[in-house]
Design a protein around this ligand. Structure first.
Ligand code: S3P
Length: 434
C-alpha cells in the first residue's frame, strides 16, 4: 500500500494513542497463567495483538472480547479466565508470532516451562531475528529447544517442564529476554537470579508483583522463585512509543499544538521525553496519576526551537523504539545529534539504523550511518521524496511524520506496516492536520 503525505499547514488536536503494546502483552500472558478472572481494557490494537492473543488461545487460554467492560466501563475489554499453568495444554499446531518479537520471546519463556511439545514461528522478519539470547539460558534451565541455525533462529521447538533456576548475566539490556527468563523462573525449582547490564522496561516485574509473584528487585538484579499468580484487572495506559510520533511532529512542525491523553509514564519508558527535553522541546506534562500500578499523564507538545543532543549509554534501552523518530527530530535541531551504543536497532523488525539513514537521506537530511547509531546535522528543512517502510511499522510512521513537515509531498511505500501497532495512524494524521 502506498500513502501520500503532503506538508501540513498546521497540526492541532487531541490524540488518544493505542494501548501500550508491552503492557497489553504481559497482561494477556500473565493472566492466562494466573488463577481467577481478569478484565483488561484499552488493550493494544493491531497485528501484534492478534499474534499474542492467537498464541495464547492456541495454548488453550480462555480469552473473550466484550464490547462493554463490566469492570472499567470502557467500550471494549478482554476477559481472561485462568487456572494457573495447568489451564494450558499442548497446542495442536505450530504457534505463529507474526511480526512480534515480544510474542515470540515471552511465549518462549512459557513454552520452556510447560511439560509438552510445541513449536513457534513468525514472519520473514521475525524468523531472522536473534533467538539465541533466549534459547541458551532457557536450555540452561532445563528445556530442550531446537531451532534453525543451531537454535538461534525460529522456528523454535520446545520440550519443556522441570526447569531449575539459574544465575544469569544478561549479555544485552533486553526487556524481552529478561521477561522470558522471569516467566520461565516462576515455574522453575529454586531461585532464578538475573543480572541486567542496564535498566530496561519493567512492566513484567510490576505485573508479577501485583499478581503475588515471588520476585525481588535489588538494583539491576532480579530474583524470582516459583509462584502461583492471582489474576489482576488491568486498564492499559496509552503507548508512549505510539505517542512519540506525535511528540516529534508537534516539536518539529512550525505551527503545531498536540495534546496526548493518558500516556504511560513508566520511568523505564520515558527516555523519549528526556531526550526531547534536552533538545529544548516545548512539552507540558499534566495530570500525573497512577493507573493499575503504572504512572500516566497528559502530554502537550508545541512547536519548538530544537537543539542537538547526544543519545548514548544507559538511556538507549529506555528509548530504543523511539530512536528512528528522534532521528527525524534531529533534522530540525540546531547542531549535530549523535546516537551511539544503539547496535540493538540493527536486529529489530528491520535494521533500523540502515532504514532510518536511507529514509532521511532520501528526504534531503544530513545523516551519516555509524556501526552503532548515526550522526544527524539539523538543517531545519526536508524535501518530500519517495521512501520505503522496510516492512517495519516504526519506519513507516516515522516517514509519514516526516511527510507532514517536509516541503512538497512524501510517498510512503509499504504503508500497511503501520497496522502492526497502530491501525488508526493514517486516520489520526487526517484528523490533526490542516
Ligand atoms: C519490548 C522490548 C523491546 C522493544 C520492543 C518491546 C517488550 O525489545 O524494542 O518493541 O515489550 O519487552 P528488547 O527488550 O528486546 O530491546
Amino acid at each position: 500500500m502506498i500513502k501520500k503525505v503532503a506538508e501540513a499547514k498546521k497540526l492541532q488536536g487531541i490524540i488518544s494513542p493505542p494501548g501500550d503494546k508491552s503492557i497489553s502483552h504481559r497482561a494477556a500472558l500473565l493472566n492466562s497463567i494466573s488463577v481467577g478472572t481478569a478484565h483488561v481494557s484499552n488493550f493494544c490494537v493491531g497485528d501484534d495483538r492478534s499474534s499474542m492473543l492467537g498464541c495464547l488461545q492456541s495454548l488453550g487460554a480462555s480469552i473473550t472480547k466484550h464490547s462493554n467492560c463490566p469492570v472499567s466501563g470502557s467500550s471494549e475489554c478482554f476477559e481472561i479466565k485462568g487456572e494457573g499453568h495447568q489451564g494450558l495444554s499442548e497446542p495442536g499446531d505450530v504457534l505463529f508470532a507474526g511480526n512480534s518479537g515480544t510474542t515470540m520471546r515471552l511465549i518462549s519463556g512459557l513454552l520452556a516451562s510447560m511439560d509438552f511439545y510445541s513449536v513457534i514461528t513468525g514472519d520473514d522478519s521475525l524468523r531472522n531475528r536473534p533467538m539465541r539470547r533466549i534459547t541458551q539460558p532457557l536450555a540452561e534451565m532445563g528445556a530442550v529447544i531446537e531451532g534453525r541455525n543451531n537454535g538461534s533462529l525460529a522456528p523454535l521447538s520446545f520440550r519443556g517442564g522441570n526447569l531449575n533456576g539459574i544465575e544469569y548475566d544478561m549479555p544485552v539490556a533486553s526487556a524481552q529476554l529478561k521477561s522470558s527468563l522471569l516467566i520461565a523462573g516462576i515455574q522453575a525449582g529454586g531461585e532464578t537470579v538475573i543480572h541486567q547490564p542496564a535498566e530496561s522496561r519493567d512492566h513484567t516485574e510490576r505485573m508479577l508483583m501485583s499478581m503475588g509473584g515471588n520476585l525481588k528487585s535489588e538494583g539491576l538484579t532480579l530474583k524470582v522463585e516459583k509462584s502461583d499468580l492471582k489474576a489482576v484487572n488491568v486498564n492499559v495506559p496509552c503507548d508512549i512509543s505510539g505517542s512519540a510520533f506525535w511528540m516529534v511532529a508537534g516539536c518539529c512542525h512550525p505551527n503545531a499544538s498536540l495534546r496526548l491523553e493518558n500516556v504511560g509514564m513508566n520511568p523505564t519508558r520515558t527516555g523519549v521525553l528526556e531526550v526531547l527535553s534536552s533538545m529544548n522541546a516545548n512539552i507540558i506534562i499534566e495530570n500525573e496519576r497512577m493507573e493499575g500500578g503504572e504512572p500516566v499523564a497528559d502530554v502537550t507538545v508545541e512547536s519548538s526551537d530544537l537543539v542537538a543532543t547526544e543519545i548514548a549509554g544507559d538511556i538507549i534501552p529506555r528509548v530504543v523504539d523511539e530512536l528512528p523518530v528522534l532521528s527525524l527530530a534531529a533534522c530540525f535541531a540546531k547542531g549535530t545529534t549523535v546516537i551511539a551504543d544503539a547496535e540493538e536497532l540493527r536486529v529489530k523488525e528491520s535494521d533500523r539504523i540502515s532504514a532510518t539513514v536511507q529514509s532521511i537521506y532520501k528526504l534531503g537530511g544530513e545523516i551519516e550511518e555509524t556501526s552503532d547509531g548515526m550522526k544527524i546535522t539539523g538543517s531545519g528543512l526536508l524535501n518530500g521524496a519517495s521512501v520505503e517502510s522496510f516492512g517495519d511499522h516504526r519506519i513507516a510512521m516515522t516517514n509519514a511524520i516526516a511527510g507532514m513537515i517536509a516541503r512538497g509531498e512524501t510517498i510512503i511505500e509499504g504503508a500497511e506496516s503501520a497496522s502492526v501497532s497502530y491501525p488508526d495512524f493514517w486516520d489520526t494524521i487526517e484528523n490533526i492536520r490542516s
